[in-house]
Design a protein around this ligand. Sequence first.
Ligand code: TMP
Ligand code: ASP
Length: 241
Amino acid sequence: MEKKEKLYEGKAKVLYKTDNKDLLVQYFKDDTTAFDGAKKEVLEDKGVINCSISTAIFEYLEKNGIKTHFVERLSSREMLVKGCEIIPVEVVVRNIAAGSFSRRYGVKEGTPLKKPLVEYFYKSDELHDPMVCPNHVYLFEWATKEELEEMTNTALKVNELLKKFFDEIGIILVDFKLEFGRHNGEVILADEITPDSCRLWDKSSMEVLDKDRFRKDMGKVVESYKEIYKRIMERYEGMKE
Ligand code: TMP
Ligand code: ASP
Protein backbone atom coordinates (compact mmCIF):
# COMPACT_ATOMS: atom_id res chain seq x y z
CA MET A 1 0.00 0.00 0.00
CA GLU A 2 1.40 3.38 -1.03
CA LYS A 3 0.43 6.68 0.59
CA LYS A 4 -0.53 9.30 -2.01
CA GLU A 5 -1.64 12.95 -1.97
CA LYS A 6 -3.58 14.70 0.78
CA LEU A 7 -7.34 14.38 0.34
CA TYR A 8 -8.57 16.49 3.26
CA GLU A 9 -7.15 18.26 6.30
CA GLY A 10 -9.31 18.72 9.38
CA LYS A 11 -8.51 20.37 12.72
CA ALA A 12 -6.92 17.31 14.32
CA LYS A 13 -6.43 14.84 11.45
CA VAL A 14 -5.34 14.58 7.82
CA LEU A 15 -6.64 12.06 5.27
CA TYR A 16 -4.38 10.86 2.46
CA LYS A 17 -5.31 8.85 -0.62
CA THR A 18 -3.61 5.53 -1.22
CA ASP A 19 -2.99 3.45 -4.35
CA ASN A 20 -6.13 1.50 -3.36
CA LYS A 21 -9.15 3.66 -4.21
CA ASP A 22 -11.11 2.13 -1.35
CA LEU A 23 -8.59 2.92 1.39
CA LEU A 24 -7.26 6.10 3.03
CA VAL A 25 -4.55 6.89 5.55
CA GLN A 26 -5.85 8.78 8.60
CA TYR A 27 -3.02 10.80 10.25
CA PHE A 28 -3.43 12.13 13.81
CA LYS A 29 -1.94 15.62 14.35
CA ASP A 30 -0.83 17.19 17.64
CA ASP A 31 -3.08 20.17 16.90
CA THR A 32 -5.77 20.60 19.53
CA THR A 33 -8.72 22.94 19.10
CA ALA A 34 -11.82 23.89 21.01
CA PHE A 35 -14.79 26.18 20.48
CA ASP A 36 -14.85 25.43 16.73
CA GLY A 37 -11.19 26.22 16.25
CA ALA A 38 -11.20 29.53 18.18
CA LYS A 39 -8.76 28.08 20.75
CA LYS A 40 -5.82 26.23 19.28
CA GLU A 41 -2.59 24.70 20.57
CA VAL A 42 -0.08 22.07 19.51
CA LEU A 43 0.21 19.48 22.30
CA GLU A 44 3.29 17.33 21.80
CA ASP A 45 2.54 13.61 21.34
CA LYS A 46 -1.25 14.02 21.48
CA GLY A 47 -1.56 12.61 17.95
CA VAL A 48 0.41 9.49 18.86
CA ILE A 49 -1.64 8.82 21.99
CA ASN A 50 -4.93 9.47 20.19
CA CYS A 51 -3.95 7.14 17.35
CA SER A 52 -3.16 4.48 19.98
CA ILE A 53 -6.41 4.97 21.92
CA SER A 54 -8.55 5.09 18.78
CA THR A 55 -6.91 1.91 17.47
CA ALA A 56 -7.57 0.03 20.72
CA ILE A 57 -11.20 1.19 20.78
CA PHE A 58 -11.92 0.44 17.11
CA GLU A 59 -10.40 -3.05 17.52
CA TYR A 60 -12.57 -3.65 20.59
CA LEU A 61 -15.73 -2.42 18.83
CA GLU A 62 -15.02 -4.49 15.68
CA LYS A 63 -14.52 -7.56 17.87
CA ASN A 64 -17.94 -6.86 19.35
CA GLY A 65 -19.74 -6.63 16.02
CA ILE A 66 -19.66 -2.87 15.28
CA LYS A 67 -18.81 -2.01 11.65
CA THR A 68 -16.16 0.72 11.55
CA HIS A 69 -13.85 2.29 8.98
CA PHE A 70 -10.78 0.95 10.82
CA VAL A 71 -8.56 -1.48 8.88
CA GLU A 72 -5.20 -1.46 10.68
CA ARG A 73 -2.66 0.76 12.43
CA LEU A 74 0.21 1.70 10.11
CA SER A 75 2.53 3.78 12.28
CA SER A 76 2.55 5.81 15.48
CA ARG A 77 0.24 8.47 14.03
CA GLU A 78 -1.39 6.68 11.09
CA MET A 79 -4.16 4.18 10.60
CA LEU A 80 -5.50 2.65 7.40
CA VAL A 81 -9.24 3.27 7.03
CA LYS A 82 -11.98 2.56 4.52
CA GLY A 83 -12.77 5.70 2.54
CA CYS A 84 -16.32 6.81 3.17
CA GLU A 85 -18.66 9.70 2.52
CA ILE A 86 -19.05 11.36 5.90
CA ILE A 87 -22.64 12.03 6.98
CA PRO A 88 -22.60 15.61 8.38
CA VAL A 89 -24.50 14.69 11.55
CA GLU A 90 -22.56 14.32 14.82
CA VAL A 91 -24.24 11.83 17.13
CA VAL A 92 -23.69 12.54 20.83
CA VAL A 93 -24.59 10.01 23.53
CA ARG A 94 -24.79 11.18 27.13
CA ASN A 95 -24.90 9.17 30.36
CA ILE A 96 -24.22 12.01 32.79
CA ALA A 97 -25.04 15.72 32.46
CA ALA A 98 -22.08 17.85 31.35
CA GLY A 99 -20.98 20.45 28.80
CA SER A 100 -23.59 21.89 26.46
CA PHE A 101 -26.35 19.68 27.94
CA SER A 102 -25.82 21.18 31.40
CA ARG A 103 -25.73 24.70 29.98
CA ARG A 104 -28.72 24.25 27.65
CA TYR A 105 -31.08 22.60 30.15
CA GLY A 106 -29.73 23.97 33.45
CA VAL A 107 -28.78 20.56 34.84
CA LYS A 108 -25.84 20.42 37.26
CA GLU A 109 -22.71 18.79 35.80
CA GLY A 110 -22.34 15.26 37.13
CA THR A 111 -26.08 14.53 37.42
CA PRO A 112 -26.67 10.98 36.12
CA LEU A 113 -29.32 10.72 33.37
CA LYS A 114 -32.10 8.15 33.89
CA LYS A 115 -31.21 6.56 30.56
CA PRO A 116 -28.68 7.30 27.80
CA LEU A 117 -29.67 10.35 25.74
CA VAL A 118 -28.88 10.60 22.00
CA GLU A 119 -28.55 14.09 20.47
CA TYR A 120 -27.75 15.19 16.92
CA PHE A 121 -25.64 18.14 15.79
CA TYR A 122 -25.06 19.48 12.27
CA LYS A 123 -21.33 19.25 11.52
CA SER A 124 -20.46 22.85 10.59
CA ASP A 125 -17.77 24.94 12.31
CA GLU A 126 -19.13 28.02 10.54
CA LEU A 127 -22.54 27.55 12.20
CA HIS A 128 -20.96 26.25 15.46
CA ASP A 129 -22.40 22.72 15.10
CA PRO A 130 -26.04 23.59 15.81
CA MET A 131 -28.15 21.01 17.60
CA VAL A 132 -30.73 19.52 15.22
CA CYS A 133 -33.60 17.06 15.45
CA PRO A 134 -34.33 14.16 13.06
CA ASN A 135 -36.72 16.35 11.03
CA HIS A 136 -33.82 18.68 10.12
CA VAL A 137 -31.73 15.65 9.11
CA TYR A 138 -34.47 14.49 6.71
CA LEU A 139 -35.40 17.99 5.45
CA PHE A 140 -31.80 18.82 4.52
CA GLU A 141 -31.29 15.24 3.27
CA TRP A 142 -28.14 14.76 5.36
CA ALA A 143 -29.28 11.18 5.98
CA THR A 144 -32.35 9.03 5.36
CA LYS A 145 -34.65 7.84 8.12
CA GLU A 146 -33.17 4.33 7.83
CA GLU A 147 -29.62 5.70 8.05
CA LEU A 148 -30.35 7.90 11.08
CA GLU A 149 -32.09 5.02 12.85
CA GLU A 150 -29.10 2.81 12.19
CA MET A 151 -26.71 5.52 13.44
CA THR A 152 -28.79 5.90 16.61
CA ASN A 153 -28.97 2.17 17.30
CA THR A 154 -25.25 1.77 16.68
CA ALA A 155 -24.46 4.76 18.92
CA LEU A 156 -26.45 3.19 21.77
CA LYS A 157 -24.68 -0.17 21.27
CA VAL A 158 -21.31 1.59 21.23
CA ASN A 159 -22.33 3.34 24.46
CA GLU A 160 -23.01 0.02 26.22
CA LEU A 161 -19.72 -1.45 24.95
CA LEU A 162 -17.64 1.61 25.83
CA LYS A 163 -19.23 2.07 29.27
CA LYS A 164 -18.03 -1.46 30.08
CA PHE A 165 -14.64 -0.94 28.39
CA PHE A 166 -13.92 2.17 30.46
CA ASP A 167 -15.55 0.92 33.66
CA GLU A 168 -13.08 -1.99 33.69
CA ILE A 169 -10.21 0.50 33.81
CA GLY A 170 -11.75 2.71 36.50
CA ILE A 171 -13.11 5.37 34.15
CA ILE A 172 -16.65 6.76 33.81
CA LEU A 173 -17.89 7.39 30.27
CA VAL A 174 -19.81 10.65 30.71
CA ASP A 175 -20.58 11.35 27.04
CA PHE A 176 -19.07 11.07 23.56
CA LYS A 177 -19.51 12.06 19.94
CA LEU A 178 -19.57 9.72 16.95
CA GLU A 179 -19.41 10.33 13.20
CA PHE A 180 -20.62 7.91 10.55
CA GLY A 181 -19.97 7.50 6.83
CA ARG A 182 -21.33 5.63 3.83
CA HIS A 183 -19.16 2.87 2.43
CA ASN A 184 -20.32 0.46 -0.30
CA GLY A 185 -23.95 1.16 0.54
CA GLU A 186 -23.45 0.60 4.28
CA VAL A 187 -23.36 3.05 7.17
CA ILE A 188 -20.18 2.52 9.20
CA LEU A 189 -18.59 4.21 12.22
CA ALA A 190 -15.85 6.63 11.10
CA ASP A 191 -13.60 9.43 12.40
CA GLU A 192 -11.99 8.74 15.81
CA ILE A 193 -12.86 7.80 19.37
CA THR A 194 -10.41 9.52 21.69
CA PRO A 195 -10.38 11.75 24.79
CA ASP A 196 -10.85 14.62 22.27
CA SER A 197 -14.31 13.29 21.45
CA CYS A 198 -15.38 11.76 24.81
CA ARG A 199 -15.77 12.96 28.38
CA LEU A 200 -13.96 10.56 30.69
CA TRP A 201 -13.75 10.91 34.49
CA ASP A 202 -11.71 8.84 36.92
CA LYS A 203 -14.15 6.63 38.84
CA SER A 204 -12.66 7.16 42.29
CA SER A 205 -11.33 10.73 42.22
CA MET A 206 -13.77 12.08 39.55
CA GLU A 207 -10.74 13.75 37.97
CA VAL A 208 -11.34 14.93 34.40
CA LEU A 209 -9.13 12.96 31.97
CA ASP A 210 -10.38 14.33 28.62
CA LYS A 211 -10.32 17.40 26.38
CA ASP A 212 -12.22 19.49 28.94
CA ARG A 213 -8.74 19.88 30.52
CA PHE A 214 -7.78 21.81 27.39
CA ARG A 215 -11.11 23.64 26.99
CA LYS A 216 -10.96 24.83 30.62
CA ASP A 217 -7.17 25.41 30.84
CA MET A 218 -6.76 22.75 33.53
CA GLY A 219 -3.30 21.65 32.31
CA LYS A 220 -1.87 18.11 32.07
CA VAL A 221 -3.87 17.34 28.92
CA VAL A 222 -1.51 14.86 27.23
CA GLU A 223 -0.55 13.39 30.64
CA SER A 224 -4.22 12.53 31.23
CA TYR A 225 -4.59 10.99 27.76
CA LYS A 226 -1.43 8.93 28.48
CA GLU A 227 -2.94 7.73 31.77
CA ILE A 228 -6.02 6.50 29.88
CA TYR A 229 -3.87 4.68 27.33
CA LYS A 230 -1.71 3.13 30.06
CA ARG A 231 -4.82 1.70 31.75
CA ILE A 232 -6.18 0.42 28.41
CA MET A 233 -2.90 -1.37 27.70
CA GLU A 234 -2.68 -2.91 31.18
CA ARG A 235 -6.21 -4.27 30.86
CA TYR A 236 -6.43 -5.28 27.22
CA GLU A 237 -2.93 -6.13 26.01
CA GLY A 238 -2.97 -9.49 27.73
CA MET A 239 -6.37 -10.28 26.22
CA LYS A 240 -5.13 -10.13 22.59
CA GLU A 241 -5.02 -13.46 20.79
P1 TMP B 1 -20.92 19.05 24.34
O1 TMP B 1 -21.36 18.83 25.76
O2 TMP B 1 -19.98 20.20 24.19
O3 TMP B 1 -22.08 19.14 23.39
O4 TMP B 1 -20.07 17.77 23.91
C1 TMP B 1 -20.62 16.48 23.94
C2 TMP B 1 -19.54 15.46 23.60
O5 TMP B 1 -19.11 15.61 22.26
C3 TMP B 1 -18.28 15.57 24.43
O6 TMP B 1 -17.86 14.24 24.74
C4 TMP B 1 -17.27 16.22 23.56
C5 TMP B 1 -17.71 15.85 22.18
N1 TMP B 1 -17.51 16.92 21.21
C6 TMP B 1 -16.77 16.69 20.08
O7 TMP B 1 -16.23 15.60 19.89
N2 TMP B 1 -16.63 17.68 19.17
C7 TMP B 1 -17.22 18.88 19.31
O8 TMP B 1 -17.08 19.73 18.44
C8 TMP B 1 -18.00 19.11 20.51
C9 TMP B 1 -18.64 20.45 20.75
C10 TMP B 1 -18.11 18.11 21.42
N1 ASP C 1 -13.82 19.98 18.25
C1 ASP C 1 -14.28 21.35 18.31
C2 ASP C 1 -13.18 22.29 17.91
O1 ASP C 1 -12.15 21.91 17.53
C3 ASP C 1 -14.91 21.76 19.58
C4 ASP C 1 -14.59 21.05 20.86
O2 ASP C 1 -14.19 19.89 20.88
O3 ASP C 1 -14.74 21.70 21.92
O4 ASP C 1 -13.25 23.46 17.94
